[in-house]
Design a protein around this ligand. Structure first.
Ligand code: MG
Length: 252
């Protein structure tokens, strides 16, 4: 039998027009009262394996080496101290950044304030920071019985939005941040079309709830909004010997 390609093409186009997002729209239109009319089956949701590290996560630091990191200053080898499954700020070594660049992501990161005396206080105690796309700082600070400005304490979007609560662990104990981040979108004229948004869980407690980031988290002056694409995760060297461990990220 001779196959008419035109007929086959027409049939395929017709089927695909009705079958969108795994749902037969023709069936749905004819049977709006059936439960199946609002059931979507395809494509099947991707299966991953849960656990301490989800199976599709990219490991940025597992305690073995700093291979995924480089000096923020000049791109040379990251020189933070590696010890007991953690990496610690090293004096004079500057900040470090991931070699990989990210857009929207889920980041898991654990941090620990060093044991410091009463001579250190406010922003001078256990200060570091996690810069999303290298620009927007989620503050890391020893905020356990250490007052500072509220939009500069642990879990703040630095100098912008204070955390909802202070759930910082005791000095010398580990903290966990789980950060969900959506990158900004810019107009062709360089304006902000959609700001970056961030949600932060600190030790399992929500401290930033889909917070709009106003721009670069400057130390002095208002937030600024340069157009940018993907960027690294940058860890700040603020001179305090803060440690990090168990860092993984998932593109979302
Ligand atoms: Mg900081």
């Amino acid at each position: 039998m001779k196959i008419n390609k035109k007929v086959i093409f027409t049939v395929l186009v017709t089927i695909s027009a009705f079958y969108v997002n795994g749902q037969d729209h023709r069936f749905a239109q004819k049977n709006p009262d059936k439960p199946e009319a609002t059931e979507f089956w395809d494509p099947e949701v991707r299966v991953i394996i849960p656990g301490t590290i989800p199976s599709d996560a990219f490991v940025l630091f597992d305690g073995k080496n700093l291979d995924q990191w480089e000096s923020t200053t000049d791109g040379s080898v990251a020189k933070w101290k590696l010890e007991d499954g953690a990496m610690t700020v090293a004096s004079g070594a500057g900040g470090i950044s991931t070699k990989k660049q990210f857009g929207d992501f889920q980041l898991h990161i654990e941090w620990r304030s060093p044991m410091e005396g009463d001579d250190k206080k406010s922003q001078g105690k256990g200060n570091s920071g996690i810069f999303l796309q290298g620009m927007y700082e989620v503050q890391v600070l020893n905020s356990y019985q250490n007052r500072t400005y509220r939009n500069g304490q642990a879990g703040s979007i630095y100098k912008q939005t204070a955390p909802m609560v202070n759930v910082t662990s005791k000095m010398g104990e580990w903290n966990v941040y789980d950060i969900i981040y959506n990158a900004p979108k810019f107009t062709v004229n360089g304006g902000v079309e959609v700001p970056p948004y961030v949600t932060v869980l600190h030790n399992g407690v929500i401290v930033q709830n889909h917070t709009a980031i106003q721009g670069i988290t400057n130390y002095i002056g208002q937030p600024t909004n340069p157009v940018h694409g993907k960027g690294p995760i940058h860890l700040q060297n603020h001179g305090n010997l803060v440690s990090y461990r168990n860092i993984w990220i998932r593109d979302i």
